[in-house]
Design a protein around this ligand. Structure first.
Ligand SMILES: Nc1nc2c([nH]c(=O)n2[C@H]2C[C@H](O)[C@@H](COP(=O)(O)OP(=O)(O)OP(=O)(O)O)O2)c(=O)[nH]1
Length: 132
């Protein structure tokens, strides 16, 4: 059972990492996160990631390796992150977000990441060849 797992994508375009600003719920609105969402019962994490990126951003992406670690979220959820590659489409904030930014390495810490995402983004950036 993939109970209470949220999957996030460290999606790169060259060396730029995609960050998405939440528009809801009110307590998270304005915070930046790795795009993704909740894994449904019986769903594989990687499949959930592909589905969420399609729904939220309108893009096709493929999960690559898992970023080591897992990070607690409110309400007993846990965040897991995969490095992912954009296959087609230009990301748009279709659902849950009101802004997207491709962050260069110099800009990564210029946005106000949600609390759980700070260690997750650090771990993603620490992967060897993070942006290859
Ligand atoms: N997707 C995502 N959610 C995150 C991150 N960091 C973080 O605190 N969260 C929180 C926000 C939400 O409370 C929860 C994910 O819910 P969601 O609203 O994105 O998931 P979903 O699209 O499946 O939502 P739902 O409408 O089915 O409930 O985890 C992150 O990096 N990515």
């Amino acid at each position: 059972m993939n109970d209470r797992i949220v999957v996030g994508a460290a999606l790169y375009d060259g060396n730029r990492l995609l960050a998405a600003r939440r528009s809801a719920p009110p307590e998270l609105a304005g915070g930046w996160e790795l795009p993704g969402g909740k894994v449904e019962p019986g769903e594989r994490c990687e499949d959930a990631l592909v589905r969420e990126l399609r729904e939220e951003l309108g893009v096709e992406a493929v999960p690559l390796e898992r970023v080591p670690g897992q990070w607690p979220l409110p309400k007993g959820y846990e965040l897991r992150v995969w490095k992912a590659r954009l296959v087609s489409g230009e990301p748009k904030p279709l659902e849950d977000h009101d802004a997207l930014r491709w962050l260069t390495p110099d800009e990564v810490w210029s946005v106000d990441w949600l609390a759980a995402d700070v260690p997750a983004v650090k771990a993603a950036l620490a992967l060897p060849g993070a942006a290859d």
